[in-house]
Every structure is written in C-alpha cells, then in structure tokens.
Design a protein around this ligand. Structure first.
Ligand SMILES: Nc1nc2c(c(=O)[nH]1)N[C@H]1C(S)=C(S)[C@@H](COP(=O)(O)OP(=O)(O)OC[C@H]3O[C@@H](n4cnc5c(N)ncnc54)[C@H](O)[C@@H]3O)O[C@H]1N2
Ligand code: MOO
Length: 402
C-alpha cells in the first residue's frame, strides 16, 4: 500500500497548471495572480500635500515672515500651480500637488485669515518639507508591487488598481463537481427516517473548496446503483476539470465507485493509502486529464483527505503554494499501534513561552465529525512509530489553508 508521501507525490506528478485567464479587477479577489505586477508610476506620483492649509517657501518662514498674501488655491486633482513670490502663499488641500516654489505646508488650524491675507500663529514652529508626502518615497516606477503566485487579497486589489490594471491575469478556475454517493443519505430540509443519515460530506467539501477561492464547485448526490453512477459521473466528468467523490470506495457490496470510474476510462493512479483515517482513498485521471479524487465516505476520512490531498493539489495546479505544515509540540502523549500514518485531530494552544502545542482530540471512529468542530487541524504522526511522547515535535496541518 502507498505511503502518505508516495500518494502526495503521485498526485503532484499527475497535475498540470491551469491556464492563465484575464478577469476584471472587480472579480479578481481570491484568485491566484499569474504575473508580477510592477508600479505604473512613482508613488506618490508627485509631492503630495498631507494637510489642508497653506504652502509657503520655508526660507521666508525661517526668516520670520508670518503674514502671507493668498496667491491662489490648489485643489486635489488640479495641475501644479507655482508660487511666484516668497511674500505670498497658496492655499492647499490634502491630496493636492505641492505647488512649485513651495516646500512647507502649514495646517489651516494654525492660521487665521484676514481679507486676502493669512496670518500664522507667531509661535508656530514650521520645518522645511513638513506635511509633504514626497514623490517616490513609497516606491519608484517599476517596483514589483505583487509577485505572481499569491492569492489576491482586498489589499492586493488596491495595489492592482494603483498599477492601472483594469484586467488582472489569474489562474483559470477549475470546474469542480463534488459527488456524494449512498442510499442512506438524506439532504437537510427533507424528512428523515430512523435508519437514514443526513448527507454532510458534500456541502462540507464544497465549503472547503469555496473557502480557498474555488467558487465553481457544486454538489450533487447519487444513489448506489451502478448504472445511475455510471451515467451521472460520466456526464459530470465530460463537463468538469475535477471530480471529488465521497463514499463507495471500500469493500461493501454497494461500493461501485472504483469499477464505475474504470468503466469511464478514468485511469487509476492509486487506491488505498497507509493512513487512518482515509485508507480506502482512490485517485486517478480522466481521459482529458481531469483529476478524480474518490474520498472514503466516513466524514472524518472525507474531510481529512479533502484537506490533505485535494486542496493542496488544486492550489498547486492554480500556481500557488499550499500552506505548509507547522511544527508543534505534542501537549499530551499519544499511542497509535497500527503501521499507518495517523492523522490526529488536535487543538492548538500557545504555552507560556509562546510556543505552539497541540492537544490531541481523538474522534470516536472516523464517523465522528462533531469532535472536529473543536479542533484547529490535525497532526501527522509517522507510520513507523507507535508511541508519541508529550513535548515531541510533530507536523501539524491547519484545516484552513490561510
Ligand atoms: N471490510 C472492510 N470494510 C471497510 C474497510 C475495509 O478496509 N474493509 N474500510 C473502512 C474504512 S477505513 C472506511 S473510511 C469506510 C469507507 O467506506 P466507503 O468509502 O465505501 O464509504 P461508505 O460505505 O459509503 O460510507 C461510510 C460511512 O460514512 C457515511 N457517509 C458516507 N457518505 C456520507 C455523506 N455524504 N455524509 C455523511 N455521512 C456519509 C456512511 O453513512 C457510512 O456510515 O469503509 C470501511 N469499511
Ligand atoms: O478511513 Mo477509515 O477512516 O480509517 O474509517
């Protein structure tokens, strides 16, 4: 059986990067940027006034002048005016271009106005270049504002706009269909019998994908009938970049998924990974290179496998890096005897030195997803060890990718 590392490598080897597309700026947040973004101009692009007030020549102020004739008014958005004489000033507004021939801004609340003249408080101490956000002091034209490969945040949108980009080069969004299977499953909102189960994997997997920006993700549910599965999975396969199936991959009499995928010419890359939860996981590629993940139906297995394999694969194919594991100390000893990698849900806390510690929160079988709600992620405990002492350093994966 494949190890966790070998399974991860096999998925990575099957990936190709999604193509680059262009989207309007307003649609770009959450997408993966595909090209470096360079500054269109110096920032600020001119000496920018940062206070409403007057602009004067500092040499005149330093020589004792406190009264200035108002020569003009400079508003934000107007081309630069020019101050002809040191006896005068130009009224300036925040955001205006500093008028030529001035090098000092005095806030309006330090002045009084008398007719066409401005008087500055006698004791006001003005320094040269005060209240001026100097041209190019944030960055120069051509500076790399954003590097390719990042998920575009709201702040990034401000930088993209400042660089003049109406259209943004991003990774194409894959069309993802999440297909759950199982005759016992009933959707929320419909009446339920004692022997039935609410279907929770599909909505949760879609939510995990959408939280990572994969907004073209939708869920459908199929009954465990081979002909039904073959028809509908076939239709979705023809029309999708990625299928994420849940359930029907182990050894029960109604576990048809591997056979159905094989009939649909989805090439099996692996079935079963030496891990718990999630041992029966299946992965393959469709005739047009579609990625097909068939996750075990037990909810803890499905969610853990989605987080551990599906999300990193989709982020990598989108030309961005998945969140790496962090190393944390185990807060309590843990024993796991099977020769399998153990994905152990855990709560993170910081100790008195600020060091992260993970408190194991074992689930009551891999059907118990209620317990997961109190966890931050899971530890990956090595397959070739049995006893994991308190304070040992272990890799920890957050449920969320960011
Ligand atoms: N003889 C063996 N039996 C099983 C093995 C094995 O190796 N030999 N593996 C076990 C392991 S490990 C797992 S995990 C499960 C996986 O089985 P399937 O992928 O076939 O999943 P199902 O049988 O369809 O469902 C398992 C369990 O999960 C519930 N479920 C399924 N889908 C959903 C959903 N969308 N929402 C909520 N709950 C769901 C389902 O009702 C079952 O209780 O197989 C073991 N058996
Ligand atoms: O994946 Mo199964 O999760 O070990 O119950």
């Amino acid at each position: 059986m494949l190890s966790v590392t070998a399974a991860t490598d096999a998925i990575l080897a099957a990936l190709t990067t999604w193509p680059e597309v262009s989207v309007p700026l307003a649609m770009s947040s959450g997408r993966v940027l595909r090209q470096n973004v360079l500054a269109e101009r110096d920032q600020p692009p001119f000496d920018r006034v940062t206070m409403d007030g007057i602009a004067v020549r500092h040499s005149a102020y330093a020589a004792g002048r406190r009264e200035f004739a108002i020569a003009a008014s400079q508003h934000a958005g107007d081309p630069a005016l020019s101050l002809a004489t040191a006896e005068a000033c130009i009224e300036v507004m925040t955001g205006a271009v500093l008028p030529a021939g001035t090098d000092c801004v005095i806030p309006v609340e330090r002045t009084t106005r008398a007719g066409g003249n401005i008087h500055v408080e006698p004791d006001y101490d003005a320094t040269a270049r005060q209240f001026i956000h100097a041209r190019g002091s944030d960055h120069r034209q051509g500076y790399c504002l954003l590097e390719a490969g990042r998920r575009i945040s709201a702040i990034d949108v401000a930088l993209l706009a400042s660089a003049g980009l109406a259209e943004v080069p991003v990774s194409k969004l894959p069309r993802i269909r999440v297909i759950s299977t199982g005759n016992e499953l009933v959707a929320p909102g419909t009446p339920i019998e004692a022997h039935q189960i609410r279907m929770s994997n599909g909505p949760a997997i879609v939510a995990m994908l959408q939280q990572q920006g994969f907004s073209d993700s939708a869920h459908l549910h199929l009954r465990d009938e081979q002909s039904v599965l073959e028809k509908h999975i076939g239709e979705q396969l023809a029309d999708s970049d990625v299928l994420v199936l849940s359930g029907g991959v182990s050894m029960g009499q109604a576990d048809f998924v591997p056979q159905v995928l094989s009939n649909l010419r989805v090439r099996k890359i692996f079935h079963k990974v030496s891990q718990r939860p999630g041992k029966p996981m299946w992965f393959g590629t469709g005739p047009q290179g579609q990625l097909v993940f068939a996750l075990p139906g037990n909810p803890v297995s499905a969610l853990t496998c989605c987080r551990h394999y599906v999300l990193p694969a989709l982020l990598t194919a989108s030309a961005t890096s998945p969140r790496a594991a962090v190393t944390v100390r185990l807060a309590a000893p843990f024993r796991f005897a099977p020769a399998l990698t153990c994905f152990l849900p855990a709560q993170l806390t910081a100790d008195e030195n600020g060091q992260l510690r993970a408190q194991p929160v074992p689930t009551n079988t891999s059907g118990d997803f209620t317990t997961l709600a109190s966890t931050d992620g899971y530890l990956q405990l090595a397959a070739d060890e049995t006893d994991f002492p308190a304070d040992s350093l272990q890799p920890f994966f957050h449920w969320a990718q960011s």
